[in-house]
Design a protein around this ligand. Structure first.
Ligand code: WTA
Length: 572
């Protein structure tokens, strides 16, 4: 068994075993102000606390994209987020209201997201690639009252049929579309006060964020998190990211996904680190350039990105000085041992895998800088959290046996509900005392967990989580498509790609042009990242007698594997 030894050095988590024995979450509370007030606000703790404790002049945000390059101190961030908070308050936004944020990365995204949380609202980040139907589904389900967006994206917000939606706030200098519903972000921000008075103190169990994510059946679900989560954002960013105040930290995830909020906003800033945000698209030259330019010390990214960097020409790597890096981490998909070895070769650092989910709110199973790494393993549970492999009845399985990866229920950043969908929420906790993740894994004799796969049909493609159902539903809206089944097909770089099996309506001709047209249909109506890279036409699709497409059979076809029990299949 390959083991990479613990790193020499001093780390925030010095002795894993000892901390597992002695730690409880009450200790973390002392870092924050509610210890004094009994009330909290995660946005205050993230930004304002640093100003109140004398760190106002420290750089909080280093933002850049192809056009802009800006730097904000904690004092600047406090002023800007206060202005956003006043803007929302003056519009009459009330505690608990859902405010959606639908914009590409920019400093303004961070101002409005934190400003909304300051007034006690629940923010809903939406990935910029979503098209009209995806936007509608999320706004409808959450009954959002407000959405903040940019001129490029505003036409994708279908406000006529969303009765709850009262305000569309548009950033940028362009003229607003006609209608009372449209408001200029720049004007309102300029006019707003920077004082503290818009800040609402709330309870630990009050909500602050709603992240929509995909399952294998049904519509996207709104995963609801409460201010309490900050304990775990703070503590894991300390232990696992090993963040200190002098770190320059870069999380490559977009805030439309949970990694981009928990560890692109809260984890680093709760610890007072300098946070790098790079807008625009991925390119190896740009990414290495970002590390070089800002002297990034701690870097949190994903296996697909590492694999794409691996495939880039060596000259791209050699052009840049990456010696500032001291700690590298990964999340979202299985991290191949090969990638860990590559990281060791090119950066002289071990890449540390971390495991968690939108529903878990923060990291749960991780590798630590002070501990040995087994390449291919996700690591061990953080102190304060218990994980196990259980069978379908809740019995814990012995080492090296594969089963359901489950977490002892009740950690601070655990989701508190699925918006409007209690049955869905309860499914995760159907086995008394446990949260069942939907991943299969095993645990070895040393307590390290090894990921084996999803036991549902959720597709992880290029680190993004995509539900087959939403794509299938859209596909069958295309006039040529009769039936569609969508699966993840293993792919060397992206982990999985999206593959659609399609049965055409009678009279329709199979052609490459039609495949292209169907792809374009998904891209313009749903989202670019949901487009099936591969489409295969079939005369008919395998279905159960109740008419459900059997994705399991599609997967077996794809992988040339036995199709298993077909007794429920409809053979007409
Ligand atoms: C997968 C992302 C293997 C897993 C933070 C999980 C991983 C899903 C790892 C959640 C890992 C996450 N190794 N697989 N280290 N981390 N996953 O909600 O299948 O977008 O259930 O959260 O990603 O995806 P989500």
């Amino acid at each position: 068994m390959e083991v990479l030894e613990a790193q020499q050095g001093t780390y925030q988590l010095e002795d894993y075993e000892k901390m597992r024995e002695s730690f409880d979450w009450e200790q973390t509370k002392e870092a924050f102000s509610w210890h004094r007030t009994g009330k909290v606000n995660i946005a205050y703790e993230t930004i304002d606390r640093h100003v109140d404790e004398g760190r106002g002049n420290k750089t909080a945000l280093l933002y850049s994209d192809a056009k802009r390059e800006e730097r904000y101190t904690f004092q600047d961030m406090k002023d800007k987020t206060n202005q956003a908070a006043h803007m929302f308050k003056e519009m009459g936004v009330e505690k608990g209201e859902r405010i959606f944020i639908f914009m590409p990365r920019s400093p303004e995204l961070y101002f409005v997201l934190l400003g909304a949380i300051k007034v006690g609202a629940v923010v809903g980040p939406l990935f910029e690639a979503f098209m009209q139907d995806a936007v509608r589904a999320r706004l409808e389900d959450s009954e959002a009252t407000t959405i903040v967006t940019t001129p490029d994206l505003v036409s994708r917000i279908p406000h006529d049929d969303l009765p709850a939606l009262k305000r569309i706030i548009v950033a940028g200098e362009q003229d607003l579309p006609a209608g009372d519903i449209f408001i200029s972000l720049d004007e309102k921000m300029k006019a707003a006060s920077t004082d503290d008075s818009a800040l609402e103190w709330v309870d630990l169990e009050d909500g602050f964020i709603l992240h929509y994510t995909s399952g294998s059946t049904g519509k996207p679900k709104g995963v609801y998190h409460v201010h309490h989560a900050m304990l775990q954002h703070y503590q894991t960013a300390k232990w696992v990211l090993d963040l200190r105040e002098d770190d320059v930290y870069w999380c490559t995830a977009d805030p439309g996904w949970v990694t981009g909020t928990s560890y692109g906003i809260f984890g680093p800033w709760l610890n007072g680190a300098t946070n790098v945000v790079r807008g625009g698209r991925f390119s190896p030259d740009d990414w290495y350039g970002t590390i070089d330019k800002y002297n990034v010390t701690v870097w949190y990214s994903a296996p697909t990105a590492f694999r794409m960097l691996m495939a880039a020409p060596k000259e791209t790597l050699d052009k840049h000085d990456l010696s500032s890096l001291r700690h590298i981490l990964s999340v979202g998909e299985p991290l191949n041992p090969e990638v860990v070895r590559w990281g060791w070769d090119v950066f002289q650092h071990r890449i540390h895998d971390t495991w968690w989910m939108t529903e878990t709110g923060a990291m749960l199973i991780c590798n630590y800088p002070s501990e040995p790494i087994k390449p291919g393993s996700m690591g061990r549970p953080i102190p304060g959290v218990d994980a196990a492999i259980i069978d379908d009845h809740g019995n814990e399985l012995p080492p090296n046996e594969m089963g359901n990866l489950a977490i002892k229920a009740g950690w601070p950043s655990q989701m508190r509900k699925i918006w409007n969908n209690e049955p869905k929420f309860n499914e995760y906790f159907a086995i008394e005392g446990w949260y069942v993740s939907g991943d299969t894994a095993y645990r070895d004799e040393d307590g390290y967990f090894w990921f084996q796969g999803r036991n549902d049909d959720v597709i992880m493609t290029a680190g993004e989580r995509v539900g087959p159902f939403e794509i299938e539903s859209k596909l069958v809206e295309h006039p040529s498509v009769a039936e569609a089944g969508v699966i993840g097909k293993p792919d060397e770089i992206r982990g999985h790609i999206i593959k659609a099996f399609i049965a055409l309506r009678s009279g329709e001709e199979e052609s490459d042009e039609l495949k292209e047209e169907i792809r374009k249909f998904i891209k313009t109506e749903l989202a670019a990242h949901a487009v099936p890279r591969e489409i295969e036409f079939k005369d008919k699709l395998p279905k159960t007698r109740s008419g459900k497409i059997m994705r399991r059979v599609l997967k077996a076809w794809e992988l040339d594997e036995p199709t298993g029990d077909l007794s429920t299949m409809d053979d007409n």
